[in-house]
Ligand binder design. Structure first.
Ligand SMILES: [Zn+2]
Length: 65
């Protein structure tokens, strides 16, 4: 039997493949959920953190007129 992908200590149980238990299966599911939530938010956060508030204030709005 292969080892559980999460704890890597216990043998995989048929009913929880490829994990050893419901607990490790839930841990893996939570990891996937966190990843899928993080991906769409990442570009927004990255953009916001790259914008310098001082630079935004100094945008040449008057030159556009
Ligand atoms: Zn496990």
């Amino acid at each position: 039997m292969p080892r559980c992908l999460i704890c890597k200590k216990r043998d995989v149980q048929h009913s929880f493949r490829p994990f050893c238990s419901r607990r490790c299966s839930d841990i893996d599911l939570a990891k996937w959920m966190n990843n899928s939530y993080a991906v769409p938010e990442e570009p927004d956060d990255g953009y916001a953190s790259q914008v310098d508030p001082e630079a935004v204030k100094q945008l040449p709005y008057e030159n556009n007129n």
